[in-house]
Ligand binder design. Structure first.
Ligand code: FAD
Length: 468
């Protein structure tokens, strides 16, 4: 008989719940079939996010091939599983790690019905989060809507420990059931150059790096983009190349420090946003706070393009957007600044920003991205009211005090003294000539007047509330 392990955002062998259970239950003469499916309709070839993901799939396959074999199928899941059943009439079990929100949740539901119809036993697991979407509830058994009480329970709960898997490659079916479609694969990964190491080993290496140098200081350093002292583990958590249990266990082996506690709290945000998105899937398109459903967004396409390309005239915003465009990753503080700028200063719908981040981020995670965008737009779970509007200049002075981050991504400003680095528009024409940066030629003037736009944003939000 055949047991299929259906990989998705869990591209690793160790501490993988679905694989663990499949190996445990495998009988002597049974074979494991390792499977990954690509539904091309779901992916854009010009998206850094998708290219990065497929680079990881490619790496995962390469790491298995030779000893075992990852079967890859292209197409729509129902059709593919029908094909698989035809190829393997003796297939009777399937194991996978659950998707509980978005497209994945819908697909899983449909496929579970399909498996039942075909007498295939399915076993699915919550592998992706420290606590699943239903684990932590209020005393009235309701879903939490704000972070702090959720966190207070979350931190007291026991977390699962990592599993060691006795993975015998000789139990894996190595016959190629489907041809390796290199052309399809190249299409999906063709623009992904120089992203840095990927794969399960790279994830563990990155984890060790972070744990050995940065954790104790994390709470102090995490807000300064130029220090670059956050973990950069998000891309590995997103592909599942790193298991969340392995990460948690490694943290527990460190001495307690404020840095460690703050880092753990960030992992709680990940669970929290996943829980919120699972229980309120409409938040992909609708504000969590209905009173903000009537905001009259300006949605100016030219302004949106200036924001996307890092040409707003606000150096910290531009540096951040260029970091995103060049690397597929953006520092958390900068995600907050750029999202606040788009929604409040430019009055552009947060859904536009969410879409652009989705396209660009190599760590794209729908729940965290939507949660982060709704937080920044004050339409989501942020407990602070909508009139908290980031001032891009004071944020820049506070979190990039020496302008080191700006210099890296906006090199045209690198020679400016620090007082102009945050506000190049303050230069007189003599300053401009002296430092070799002519405004609107070498670098744009600010595209909006922050003070005026702040006022407008507040009244626009108030109008929505009044209408509601
Ligand atoms: P670290 O600071 O090292 O944090 C460790 C881990 O904790 C991260 O890898 C991540 O898994 C989790 N984490 C940290 N902060 C948050 C947070 N605020 N919300 C949820 N989880 C968090 N994170 C994503 O993983 N994918 C996204 O698509 C995403 N979009 C965002 C959009 C906006 C507008 C905002 C404000 C935040 C977004 N975040 C997203 C959260 C956060 O910015 C990233 O997780 C973090 O920058 C990743 O870098 P790191 O791994 O070095 O983080």
């Amino acid at each position: 008989m055949y047991s299929v392990v259906w990989f998705r955002q869990d591209l690793r062998i160790q501490d993988n719940l679905a694989l663990y259970h499949a190996c445990q239950q495998l009988k002597k003469d049974d074979k494991l079939v390792l499977l990954f499916q690509v539904n091309p309709d779901q992916f854009l070839s010009d998206s850094l996010n998708h290219q990065a993901f497929f680079e990881s799939v490619r790496h995962f396959k390469a790491s298995l091939d030779g000893k075992a074999h990852l079967q890859i199928q292209y197409g729509e899941p129902k059709h593919l599983f029908t094909q698989l059943k035809e190829a393997l009439p003796d297939w009777d079990k399937i194991y996978f790690n659950q998707d509980t929100s978005g497209y994945g949740a819908k697909r899983d539901k449909e496929m579970i019905a399909f498996f039942a119809q075909h007498q295939i036993a399915h076993f699915s697991f919550q592998d992706r989060y420290l606590h699943g979407a239903d684990d932590i509830r209020t005393q009235k058994n309701e879903v939490y809507k704000v972070f702090t009480p959720y966190y207070n329970q979350w931190k007291e709960r026991l977390k699962a420990t990592p599993l060691t898997i006795d993975f015998q490659t000789d139990q894996v079916l190595t016959d190629k059931l489907f041809p390796d479609d290199e052309q399809q694969f190249s299409e999906l990964t063709k623009h992904d150059e120089g992203r840095g190491p990927v794969g399960e080993q790279a994830a563990i290496w990155q984890l060790k790096q972070f744990l050995s140098y940065d954790v104790t200081n994390y709470d102090a350093a995490r807000d300064i983009p130029s220090l670059d002292q956050t973990s950069h583990l998000s891309q590995f958590l997103r592909t599942g190349e790193l298991s969340i249990r392995t990460l948690w266990q490694a943290l527990q082996e460190l001495p307690t420090s404020q840095g460690r506690l703050t880092f753990e709290k960030e992992l709680c945000w990940r669970d929290f946003y996943h829980m919120i998105y699972t229980h309120a899937p409409h938040q992909k398109t609708q504000p969590l706070r209905p009173e903000f459903s009537f905001i009259k967004w300006e949605n100016d396409k030219e302004k949106f393009q200036l924001w996307q390309t890092g040409q707003t005239g606000f150096p910290i915003v531009d540096a951040a957007m260029r970091q995103l465009n060049q690397t597929g990753w953006m520092h958390n503080r900068l995600r907050m600044i750029t999202a606040s700028f788009l929604t409040k200063d430019l009055l552009i719908d947060w859904r536009w920003g969410e879409w652009y981040f989705q396209k660009q981020l190599i760590d794209y995670d729908p729940a965290s991205n939507i949660g982060g965008w709704q937080w920044a737009a004050s339409t989501g779970t942020d407990a602070v009211p909508y009139f908290r509007i980031f001032n891009p200049t004071t944020q820049s002075e506070k979190f990039d005090p020496d302008g080191l981050f700006i210099k890296t991504y906006v090199p045209e400003l690198a020679n400016l003294p620090i007082k102009f680095m945050h506000q190049p528009e303050k230069m007189t024409s003599i300053d401009q000539a002296m430092y070799g940066v002519i405004l609107d030629k070498d670098y744009p003037s600010p595209m909006v007047d922050h003070k005026a736009r702040r006022k407008l944003a507040i009244s626009t939000y108030e109008d929505s509330k009044a209408y509601y």
